[in-house]
Design a binder for this molecule. Structure first.
Ligand code: URP
Ligand code: ZN
Ligand code: ZN
Ligand code: ZN
Length: 467
């Protein structure tokens, strides 16, 4: 038995087009688009009609960087797959790619199985996994090949966090050489963690313990140096490279230079680097701890380079790096020692709205909004055109977005399982009204109508964004 829904009278926006069109959905997929008012569109009959007059009809957001339940610094990120994917849906994100973690001394498989078990049956929206590789050895390298074949086609490595996730240059080069052969994409946390640890020790010895010193020791130059080194290692290996959570203008410059040379080097930034700064890290009474993440927030002057990178396509993706820790009991672990503050910010619910505000503010066009938040992350990580666009054959992951609604971001109204908002009091124009995941209503006129377990694991193909 087929079930049909038609969305009428909206402005359909994809990365390439803006058209006044009706959208026909059947059995969870888009089957046709037709200009509103034309005989083709008028001829459609459906069990259900959604009127999108005055609204945008956009592809569901694809957040390619989240950490639900991540173990970090002796605690766990406070959103579970259930609460985090529900919050994502409220914010118009309908697919997440989370990070499964290999523990040192364990296999990739064990890590992936553990993350599958956490997510299975709990997600409100579809999900996929990248793999964090913490321990490169002969076995791990072989496992990478198998994972790529199974649909885990990207691997995160860390030049930061010695003793935890850290890989040295030799381990990085080996993983890159392997990915050059098997089609995987290396995602790099590019900060010189060995040098940062020296500066941390020296700062603490001077009695510099407040959250703002987190930003001072994790220097922009050490992000730029690591970014440069990662690019050169990838070039030696002949592998593509995706640099995650880029925050320093000097790192953007490294990526831009590599791209001008024609290399397959890509950059992601996050809303916190576009909208927040070291001013937040310096907030008194330990409030600055709410803004501790790595790479760190930078002085405001860096934001112009990030916006420019997004406009020139030197940066291609905006993900959240959603990794929430409550202020009470979690961020507080670092009172008296900033290096013990768990790293990460909440944001999975805020990304689509903040980037729409960037459209309102004139930083990017509406199509670029969809490109950096939906289409390119889907292409980059092998989910396109199932995810990231509205086209015949695509999953009916669709957001009805009210571009005129006014909202104030706040912990009082958000749905993330965390006791503060990084954007408390921020006024933005635009709000999600209705969300369909594979045609099923997850949010209906600002009420949650989804369920844990609707979301399914989604295997991915290899990167579809190579030059
Ligand atoms: O501070 C951050 N970004 N926490 C999450 C882990 C990571 O490095 O992405
Ligand atoms: Zn990272
Ligand atoms: Zn360029
Ligand atoms: Zn992350």
């Amino acid at each position: 038995m087929s079930s049909r829904t038609v969305i009428r009278n909206g402005l359909v926006i994809t990365a390439s087009d803006e058209i006044h069109a009706d959208v026909l959905i059947e059995d969870g997929r888009v089957v046709a688009l037709a200009a509103t008012g034309t005989p083709a569109a008028e001829s459609w009959t459906a069990e259900k009609t959604i009127d999108a007059t005055g609204k945008y009809v956009i592809p569901g957001g694809v957040d390619a960087h989240t950490h639900m339940e991540l173990p970090f610094g002796g605690t766990f990120a406070s959103d579970t797959f259930e609460t985090g994917t529900r919050a994502a849906a409220w914010g118009g994100t309908i697919t997440i790619v989370d990070f499964a973690v290999q523990s040192v001394g364990r296999s990739l498989r064990e890590g992936l199985d553990a993350w599958n078990a956490k997510a299975d049956g709990n997600c409100a929206i579809d999900y996929a996994f990248h793999m964090i590789v913490s321990d490169v050895n002969q076995e791990t390298l072989k496992e990478m090949d198998l994972l790529v074949q199974e649909g885990v086609t990207s691997f995160k490595q860390f030049m930061a966090y010695p003793g935890v996730f850290y890989s040295d240059d030799g381990q990085i080069l080996r993983a890159m050489q392997r990915s050059a052969e098997n089609g995987g994409l290396i995602m790099m946390h590019a900060e010189n963690g060995i040098a940062i640890d020296v500066l941390v020790e020296q700062a603490l010895a001077r009695g510099e313990t407040d959250p703002r010193f987190h930003g001072e020791v994790r220097k922009a130059l050490l992000e730029a140096e690591a970014t440069h080194r990662a690019i050169k290692l990838a070039q030696v290996a002949g592998a593509p490279l995706y640099v995650v959570h880029v925050s320093a203008q000097e790192a953007v410059a490294e990526i831009a230079r590599a791209r001008d040379e024609g290399l397959n080097v890509f950059g992601e930034t996050c809303p916190q680097y576009l909208f927040l700064s070291t001013d937040n890290l310096a907030e008194p009474d330990f409030e600055g701890s709410k803004y501790v993440c790595s790479t760190p927030l930078r002085p405001k002057e860096h934001q112009a380079a990030l916006w420019r990178g997004l406009r020139t396509n030197d940066l291609q993706v905006v993900s959240t790096d959603h990794c929430p820790f409550c202020f009470v009991g979690q961020k507080e672990l670092g009172r008296g020692d900033f290096s013990k503050i768990p790293n990460g910010l909440p944001g999975v619910e805020n990304r689509m709205d903040l980037l729409h505000q960037a459209v309102v503010d004139g930083h990017i066009s509406r199509r670029r909004w969809i490109e950096i938040a939906c289409a390119t992350p889907a292409r980059m990580f092998g989910l396109y055109p199932k995810k990231g666009t509205i086209a015949p054959g695509a999953d009916a992951d669709i957001v009805i977005y009210d571009p005129h609604a006014e909202q104030v971001m706040s912990v009082e109204t958000h749905h993330m399982n965390v006791d503060y908002s990084a954007y408390e009091g921020k006024r933005v124009t635009g709000q999600v009204e209705t969300v369909l995941s594979r045609g099923e209503p997850v949010i209906t006129e600002r009420e949650f109508t989804g369920r844990a377990g609707h979301g399914v694991y989604t295997p991915r193909s290899t990167c579809q964004y190579l030059l």
